[in-house]
Write a protein of this length. Sequence first.
Length: 413
Amino acid sequence: MKQMIVHCTQHITRMALLEGGKLVEYAAERDESQGLVGSYYKGRVINVLPGMQAAFVDIGQKKNAFLYVDDVLHPHLERQPDVKPSIDELLRPGQDIIVQVKKEPSGGKGARVTTHYTLPGRWMVYMPYAEYVGVSKRISRESERGRLKGIGERLRRPEEGLIMRTVSEDEPAEAVEGDLSLLRAQWETIMKRAQAADAPALLHSDLSIVQRFIRDAFNPQRDELMIDSEKAVREAEIFLDQMSPGGYKPVRLYTGYEPIFSAYGVQEQLHRSFGRKITLEGGATLIWDEAEALTVIDVNTAQYTGGASLEETVTRTNLLAAEQIGRLIRLRDTGGIIIIDFIDMELDEHRKMVLERLERVISSDRTKTHILGWTRLGLLEMTRKKARHDSASFAPVTCSCCGGTGKVGTWLE
């Protein structure tokens, strides 16, 4: 059973996902950034820069959005031209264009936008112009993959694309068809608003943080949702009833005297998981250093001595570290390039064991992650997509005590 614990303050909503009492995901969202990623805008092209193969689009935010040429061209290889055209052959200043936000603004950069439109539902992702049916790679049974692909091909219109999500496994065709009908209606509404609106204009907001987690990770028949806000409880119940009508009432209002994150042990686990130095069971440590697009994780035996030989001690430490690193990458929502400096091992079979352990833990992460393997220097290299920022902290400031080697974040409040 999973527990979703939601803490609401005046301007920020924080969500913690527990599995067996262990914190596996954490996210926070300010009211002003709610639902930005995934939202649709009617924008106006401000600048077209052939030297960058990109354009800047006014979508009504503080910074103009960035639109790269690959996000204008059709995304599938069979539709790509032999020679990629210049961006100024595709767009011109003053042109109105419908875009979808794919990445939040970060630092001094505006949002990243695309014209490869997607609308995620409960059972599928709807793509109005993709022209194919895909099935989640996490569905391994070939018979089930074939069944879902057949349903998708039967339901889709010629120009449409569908991706059957992992949770659609073993779902009846009627449920999938109902999901598609809702998504088509959403898309038609977006198009009608675009025809009537003057750019820049918001056409469609993505779901709130609570609604996204309900849609993507919540089973109303089995899981528990605890919220400390009456308003948020009502909103969650309405969304649940729309998504999965059936009379389930898994949403509970927390009324305890102790803060909800403290009552469920979330606060303590956050303190243990978000520091630069993380101590593992037995005394081994992880040193976690993050830059904007690169994270380096160093594994040390420290006080851990549990093995009959050096190789056994090192391997046990690395296996334990792989388990925790996989969990923490998901929890901290680490994105970009990730380099892990495991302790050197002599045997290839031990390196394989560590890699397999990390892959097993990472497999439960809904965010797209790719493990590239070992480099010639013995480092493990991987990448992870990140669309949203500031999950762990908002507006970090330089600390007068540590001089910027740490961060002061709102989750510590």
